[in-house]
Every structure is written in C-alpha cells, then in structure tokens.
Design a protein around this ligand. Structure first.
Ligand SMILES: Cc1ncc(C[n+]2csc(CCOP(=O)(O)OP(=O)(O)O)c2C)c(N)n1
Length: 440
C-alpha cells in the first residue's frame, strides 16, 4: 500500500490509501496526484509539543506574505508563505525522521536549502535521480529500522516507479519512507494570503503524525504532496565563485561561436530559458534550438537521435551537470554509438541551479566528467573555463569527429528576471523540424 496526503496551508486533507498493485497503476496515481481532489479532513490532529516560531507568527506572516507578493510582481510562481523550513525540519526529527535524500525541486528549495545547511553529510545525500533516493532510503531503513525522508519534484515520479513498486511497497519488501513531493502544475494555482487561522494550522506538521502512524502500521511508504507557497524563504549561503562566467555567460559565448546551420538541444531548467532570451537579444529565430523543458537528463539522447539521422549537421547538446548525472547511462550509449556529428557541451556549475542551487556530485574535485566520458568511448574530451577557451573549443569541436565532450566549469547563479519561452513546445518542435529538414 502506498499512501499520500497534501502538505498545504489550506485545511489538512484526508490521506488517501491507494491499493493498486501493478506498475501501470502508479502512472494513474501520478496523474491522480496531479488531479487529486482535496478532501477536507474530518478532524484536526494534535500538534503535541510543537512551538510556532516568530517566522510563522500569524500576524507577522500575513504582513511578510503581502510584501513578498508585491515584490515578485508578475512572477506569481515565486509567491509563497507559511511553513518555516526549520519548524518542519524539527518536526520531522521529532518524529524520528532525520535522514534525507532526493533530487531538489523549486517548490521545496527553501526546505532543501535548510536541510543542506543544517544536516551533516552522513545524513543527507543529494542523489543523481529520484529512484536512487528510494533505494538509498530502503538501505537506510534496513540498516537502522527507521524511515528516511525522500524529496523530489512530481516530474521525478516516473523515475521512482520501479524502485517504489518492486522494492519499497508493503507487498514486496515493505519499506517505510516519507516522500515529500513538490507539486508543480497544480491546477488553478494562486491563492491569496490566508488569514490568522492558517498560521495556527501548520497542516504539514499535523500531517506528520498521520504519516508516522501509517508507516508504523503498514511498514510501507507514505507521500506528502507539497503545494506551491508552502515554505518561508530560506537561502543557501552565498558562495564567491572562482570562475570567470556563470551558466548564462558561458551559454552566450557558445551561441556566439556556433554557425548558422548548427543544431542545438538545450537541457531542462534555466539554460533553455536563457537560450531562448539570447536568441531574441541577437535577433535570431528560435528554430535552431530544441528546448527540453521536461525530461531532465534526456537532452543528450534526444540530440543523439537527431545526430544519427542528420549526419550532415553539427548537433550540439547543451547539458547541465545535474541533468547529466541523472541519466549518466546516456554517456555509455553515446560513447558506443557511431555519431561523428554529436557534440556534447556540459555546463558544470556544480549545482542544481534552476531549482535553488543545491550541490551536485559534480561539484567535488574528485568527480571527473571528462574521465567518465572517456571511459564510455567519447573520442575527445575537452575542458574550458575562460571565454576565449570556450570559444576556441566550440570552434574546434565542430571539426572533430564525435562524440566529443566539452565541459565548461562555471559559477552558480543566474538572473532573477529571466523570462519563459513565449513559443509553445509544439511550435518549438515544428520550427525545429523545419530547420532540421534543411541540408540533411
Ligand atoms: C525528473 C526530474 N526531476 C527533477 C526536476 C526538477 N529540476 C528541473 S531543473 C533541475 C536542476 C538541473 O540541474 P543542472 O542540470 O545542473 O542545471 P542547472 O540548473 O544547474 O543549470 C531540477 C532538479 C525535473 N524537471 N525532472
């Protein structure tokens, strides 16, 4: 059995038991998570010894919320309020849940930043993909008897299907764990700031009691669905960068070094949004770029498929370190496929910058993307840092036989005022296919 409830500042919802047993049912479930009807809870649960801090003092909170809402203007997705990450974290620890793993999400970024800041490395692992986090929590449970907390964005539900259904569920190994799922794309979003009562409700924390009881009783996983606007802001400490460029700076040098007929596949997150805006700034069209808005980690395989069937074109995949790590198996597929026109450019800022800047494994000096690519069969691997080096490397890799990897090391961080593509995915695909059809 696998159960979930919504972590929300509106009245708590009834936890819903989902009893289907086949893998395909999880897909329905993922869908129903998105379309879930929020059912008012029949009764309130006791808060126990939980203490509200100043940050969630209802009076302060409404004032802070109003100010934040005004500050973010049109970017309504940035509007949030309510749950202090520290309080939620402490409440989890009170319930014996003090081991964390997962892939960060923008709706959870304040909570993830808090975990990253206060949890020792031995109790917090940012995994390469969400399925790995389920497996890690399973190992943790078997070693300690405790339930770990696995955080993810709902986009990662697909990645957890197999380990959840064939490992964790009560009917297989029966491994309790608490899933905290950021609910992107919730229908009908944008609530106004709520009133005094919401500050006292702290339903996410109330929900923890139910979660713990469920896991104790069923020895199975439990999922809390996290709506937008749940957590009060919590920022990771600012780092002084050691590199000359950030992702957008590097991206501009790359685009400036490409030729007219070069094909680009951009990875998930800010990179594709920056690419879209830079094309506008340069007066280009958008037909040269396929923007992989979802499918994190799959941009390189998309580019590979194109490269195989458009051999006269130079295909550039612009990847991120988090995305590349998520499906690093693609390196092996690429390395072992004969694709001379496949050119992989990986902007390594050492973090999941698009969803809050939590570090990836690629931040470490002991991690080596070039070594991985080489070992997988890439013909040439190059690293660049300075703008001139990047520009030279892009020019060079156009002439080299692929697969080739160029890793660019950059600082984290991007613009606050970054917009979103104004072309729809379907329009993007259509324009892109026309562009691919030239010269093939
Ligand atoms: C399967 C899946 N899990 C999580 C996410 C949320 N998400 C979007 S972008 C991103 C970070 C990407 O990191 P990276 O590739 O290093 O690029 P950066 O943001 O640092 O430029 C994450 C975790 C997602 N879109 N899909």
């Amino acid at each position: 059995m696998f159960c979930y409830r919504t972590l929300t500042r509106t009245p708590p919802v009834m936890s819903m038991a989902v009893n289907r047993s086949v893998v395909s049912s999880l897909f329905h479930r993922c869908k129903s998570l998105l379309n879930a009807q929020v059912v008012p809870h029949a009764r309130c649960l006791s808060l126990g010894s939980f203490r509200l801090t100043d940050a969630v003092n209802p009076v302060n909170q409404v004032a802070e919320q109003k100010k934040r809402n005004e500050d973010v203007g049109q970017y309504t997705e940035l509007v949030r309020d309510f749950l202090n990450p520290k309080d939620f974290y402490n409440a989890l620890c009170t319930h014996g849940m003090d081991y964390f793993c997962g892939v960060p999400d923008s709706l959870l970024k304040d909570f993830c930043a808090y975990i990253t800041t206060v949890t020792p490395k031995s109790r917090h692992v940012i995994t390469s993909n969400e399925g790995q986090a389920i497996a890690l929590a399973a190992g943790y449970h078997m070693a300690t008897g405790k339930a770990g907390v696995v955080y993810l964005q709902n986009s990662g539900l697909g990645n957890i299907v197999n380990p959840l259904m064939s490992l964790a569920v009560s009917s297989v190994y029966s491994i309790p764990m608490l899933l905290l799922v950021g609910w992107r794309g919730e229908p009908g979003k944008r609530d106004e700031p709520q009133h005094m009562i919401q500050g006292q409700a702290t339903p996410g924390i109330l929900g923890l009691y139910v979660a713990r009881k469920h896991m104790e009783t069923t020895k199975g996983p439990y999922c809390l669905l996290v709506r937008r606007q749940n957590f009060l802001p919590f920022k990771l400490e600012k780092e002084t960068g050691v590199y000359p460029l950030n992702r957008e700076g590097a991206l501009k040098v790359i685009v400036d070094s490409l030729k007219d007929r070069d094909v680009v596949v951009g990875t998930t997150g800010m990179l594709s949004r920056e690419l879209f805006e830079y094309r506008v700034e340069k007066g280009h069209g958008h037909e040269k770029d396929f923007l992989t808005v979802g499918s994190m980690g799959h941009a390189s395989a998309i580019a590979l498929g194109i490269a195989q069937f458009r051999p006269k074109r130079q295909i550039f995949c612009l990847d991120g370190d988090g995305a590349a790590l998520m499906h690093m198996g693609a390196f092996a597929t690429i390395g072992q496929t004969e694709v001379p026109n496949f050119k992989h450019i990986l902007i390594n800022n050492g973090c999941h910058d698009s969803v809050g800047g939590q570090p990836t494994s690629a931040l470490s000096d002991t991690f080596d993307f070039l070594g991985v690519a080489k070992a997988c069969g890439y013909k040439t691997v190059i690293q660049a840092v300075q703008p001139e080096e990047i520009s030279e490397a892009v020019t060079l890799m156009r002439t080299l036989e692929g697969p080739v990897l160029l890793e660019i090391k950059t600082n984290k961080g991007g613009r606050k005022d970054l917009g979103r593509p104004t072309r729809t995915p379907i329009q993007n695909k259509k324009d892109f296919m026309h562009f691919l059809a030239i010269d093939h």
